[in-house]
Design a protein around this ligand. Structure first.
Ligand code: ATP
Ligand code: MG
Length: 357
């Protein structure tokens, strides 16, 4: 079976780290006998916008909907195109139309990367944040009245549906059940948000009945955030609503050192539409064009994509490869953000060579 992958480098360092992501992907595909059809696209980038006046072609949905996955670099070039246009016109369209209702981010301290949390070693931090990606606090339901007067009123609703919440909880439980610790942490705030959050807690219990092997704990979001910093070793899989998940999925990777290594997946678990895999970092205009961006966020995203496509062994081999290269710590190979003097390409090539074995 051939996996059709849409390859979209996007902007800035997206264009620099993508070749290294592809190098790793191709090395893993060759080693594990996986058949990939990689199809590059230039849209969903600010260059495309400047030429066409829109981020995506009119037929983008038809063009992409039958792909098995989208492998994305980074979007945004705020000097030329405001972020709300570039982001809304590309990634957020994909998320909505392809119903990518799970946002998944691993938070793992890698060898050779210094955590901002004092004394933390690899092994102390190794968990996932599962964020609900389509509803919740980020609804556009609400409005303003008496604008600009002393009586001004502003309302924005949280919209949670049983379908929407149960499906992301199911994903989180299954992920927890597949891991050795089998532990799920739910982010709540039922002591302050008195309607939606107690109901969220009820759904966590109800869905959990099907997963007796998973142990569940709930924390209020405020203390949960504090515990990411104080006790990151407490966590295995953390599930959260859209807003809470947004915050935790930035805080988690921040606890593991450089943003350059963090990957993410926007997943449609039903497989009815393609899922999207991209590094957490943005286009990084401050270092773009210098060839020094760390490619590991892109490479790790490739590993998540292979796992999603049913090749966990190939994904594992990619992760093992960059962990080995980081452990060796050769400054001529590593990029400056992890203490080396190498380039995007030296690090990417070293990883691909490891994958090839
Ligand atoms: P977003 O597009 O999500 O708004 P941003 O503009 O806030 O992102 P980034 O583009 O991710 O932020 O850059 C934040 C900082 O991290 C910058 O100083 C950038 O140089 C650095 N950085 C980002 N990605 C990498 C990378 N792959 N390697 C090294 N440094 C990076
Ligand atoms: Mg930016």
């Amino acid at each position: 079976m051939t996996h059709r992958i849409a390859v979209i480098p996007g902007d800035g360092i997206g264009k620099e780290v993508m070749p290294e992501g592809l190098r790793a992907l191709e090395a893993a595909a060759a080693r594990f006998g996986i058949d990939l059809a990689l199809e590059p696209f230039d849209f969903a980038s600010c260059d495309y916008y400047l030429e066409h006046g829109q981020m995506l072609p009119d037929d983008w949905f038809e063009t992409l909907k039958d792909h098995d996955a989208i492998f994305y670099g980074a979007v945004g070039w705020p000097e030329m195109v405001p972020d709300h246009i570039s982001l809304w016109g590309s990634l957020l369209q994909f998320r909505r139309r392809f119903d990518q209702y799970v946002n998944l981010r691993p938070c793992k301290l890698l060898p050779g990367v210094k955590s901002p949390l004092a004394g933390r070693e690899p092994g102390d931090i190794d968990f996932y944040v599962v964020r609900e990606n389509t509803e919740g606090e980020y609804s556009s339901v609400g409005g303003r009245m008496f604008e600009g007067t002393e009586r001004e009123v502003v309302i924005q609703e949280t919209v949670m549906t049983r379908t929407g919440v149960d499906r992301v909880l199911k994903y989180a439980y299954e992920l927890a059940a597949s891991r050795p610790r089998k532990q799920l942490t739910s982010a709540t705030k039922s002591n302050g948000i008195a309607i939606t959050m107690p109901w969220w807690d009820e759904r966590v219990k109800a869905v959990g009945e099907r997963y007796p092997e998973v142990s569940v704990q709930a924390f209020h979001i405020d203390i949960l955030a504090a515990n990411f910093v104080m006790h990151p070793d407490w966590f295995d899989v953390v599930v959260a609503s859209n807003l809470f998940g947004d915050i935790l999925s930035d805080l988690g990777p921040a606890c593991t050192g450089t943003i350059g290594v963090a990957p993410s997946a926007n997943i449609n678990p039903d497989g009815s539409f393609p899922s999207l895999f991209e590094p957490v970092h943005g286009s990084a205009p401050d270092i773009a064009g210098r060839g020094i961006a760390n490619p590991i966020g892109q490479v790790w995203s490739a590993a998540m994509m292979l796992e999603h496509l049913g090749h966990p062994d190939a994904g594992r081999a990619i992760v093992d490869a960059f962990e080995a290269v980081l452990s060796e710590g050769d400054p001529a190979v590593l990029t400056p953000d992890v203490g080396g003097q190498g380039t995007t390409e030296t690090l990417g090539r070293a990883i691909a060579a490891r994958i090839a074995g």
